[in-house]
Design a protein around this ligand. Structure first.
Ligand code: ADP
Length: 420
């Protein structure tokens, strides 16, 4: 409870545990705004490139001919105006506040466009931040917008949550970088999204690699990415990978992000366009965009699928199988296989063993619930309920035809330890 509490919950925006009445956090849109799709861009912490991805997504959609806007909700680190070289102040009238438009007509509202001096620090606490973001939604005359991108406050805590409660967000894109604890961040973002009933549309990896300007070879500066397996574990598509590129940093610094060339977010743009088109179709029974894109992702890039086998067929008892046949796949096709005899059945050992071999997906007939959790913690997807020829099972997975039944092995019901 705040020290200024007057026990009158009506009108108070603090989300405190002593609240007596439910407060409706949702804010109405401005009467002169028609925004078709609102996409929140989130990250686990500051500095991973959330604002960069927000800006590049807006630029990409603008280049495809859509009316685009950015609501900069990162009030304590607003970097959108700088990336677009916006220096003027936002102007207001009786009807509301006008966004400032970039060279290519992207509407932007940011606290930096209202401050006397753009370097003034904003050291507000959560409720004030959320209240201001709400005003950016309700008091700004956005006009007709096809795609609005919200540069969210960093993190997946209270402030982000309250912003999501205020604005009708249609989907979330999570930005990660390879030097973070990606699996934890994705888990938190998915949990927050579930609480709000908002779908996570996919993941974007920033600073994924560095391409040598002389020889063109790609270097993983922060080590091998674990994003693929984490995306597979949560059935989320990877919507793009952005390299570390001094030209990107220079473009942000010079306010010329609209001139930045790169097809890194093409997949994200296509997914967003599909999601708007889908609104015209009947939703009933149709596969979600995230699922469709996840299936597409299975058909692109490289991955390793371990099938627990007995004499060439998918085994029923994961931990006691004879072999793990590890299929390497590229662009949806099997390009190699490696037969690994089962090294033995010790609790907790196989998840480590298969993770070290770079496996992204396990296919089995059944598996103990404890083992499923251990694999998922490592970002490895588990598909159970499979049977028959091992290669056909892997191919069915790649084509999106093999769905997990979630079948848990009941023969060994001591859940946490069983790996069967
Ligand atoms: P966040 O919004 O997550 O706090 P920003 O998008 O503002 O992070 O990025 C932080 C800084 O890092 C910016 O100065 C930006 O120009 C730079 N930066 C981000 N991603 C890249 C990249 N892929 N290559 C080069 N510089 C980058």
């Amino acid at each position: 409870m705040s020290e200024n509490c007057d026990q009158n919950c009506n009108g108070c925006q603090e989300n405190c545990s002593d609240r007596k009445e439910e407060f409706d956090f949702s804010a109405p849109a401005n009467e002169f705004s028609q925004v078709k799709k609102v996409i929140g861009v989130v990250s686990g912490k500051g500095g991973v490139g959330k604002s960069l991805v927000t800006s590049l997504l807006a630029v990409q959609m603008m280049r495809k001919g859509h009316a685009t806007a950015i609501l900069d909700a990162d009030l304590t680190g607003p970097s959108i105006p700088k990336a677009f070289g916006l220096k003027e102040h936002a102007m207001g009238s009786e009807e509301g506040l006008m966004p400032v438009y970039t060279k290519n007509n992207i509407g932007v509202m940011s606290i930096n466009l209202l401050l006397e001096n753009e370097s003034d620090p904003v050291v507000w606490r959560g409720p004030l931040i959320a209240g201001t973001v709400k005003q950016f939604w309700s008091d700004v005359i956005w006009g007709d917008v096809d795609y609005m991108f919200i540069d969210m406050p960093p993190g997946t805590g209270d402030v982000a949550l309250t912003v999501f409660q205020s604005i009708p967000v249609d989907g979330i894109i999570v930005v990660t970088s390879p030097q973070e604890l990606v699996s934890m961040i994705v888990k938190k973002a998915v949990r927050m999204a579930n609480m709000m009933n908002i779908p996570v549309l996919g993941l974007v990896e920033n600073m994924a690699y560095f391409k040598c300007p002389d020889c063109g070879s790609e270097h993983r500066i922060f080590g091998q990415s674990r994003l693929e397996s984490i995306a597979a574990a949560y059935s989320l598509p990877i919507l793009g990978r952005i390299p570390i590129d001094p030209k990107i940093a220079a473009a942000c610094d010079a306010g010329k992000i609209e001139e930045c060339e790169g097809d890194w977010l093409d997949r994200a743009a296509d997914m967003l366009i599909r999601s708007v088109n889908k609104d015209d179709e009947t939703a009933a029974g149709s596969t979600s965009d995230a699922e469709k894109a996840a299936t597409e992702e299975k058909g692109s890039g490289t991955m390793k699928i371990a099938v627990a086998t007995d004499r060439g067929s998918v085994t029923e008892h994961f931990g006691h199988c004879e072999n793990f046949m590890i299929f390497s796949a590229e662009n949806g096709k099997i390009i190699g296989e490696e037969n690994c005899p089962n090294p033995g059945h010790k609790p907790g050992f196989l998840p480590v063993y298969l993770d070290e071999r770079g496996v992204n997906v396990i296919i089995s007939g059944g598996m103990g619930g404890g083992a499923v959790d251990l694999f998922n913690e490592k970002g490895i997807e588990v598909v159970t309920g499979a049977s028959g020829d091992m290669r056909k099972a892997a191919e069915a997975y790649l084509s999106g035809d093999l769905k997990s039944t979630g079948s848990v092995c009941h023969e060994h019901n001591h859940a946490d330890e069983c790996e069967n």
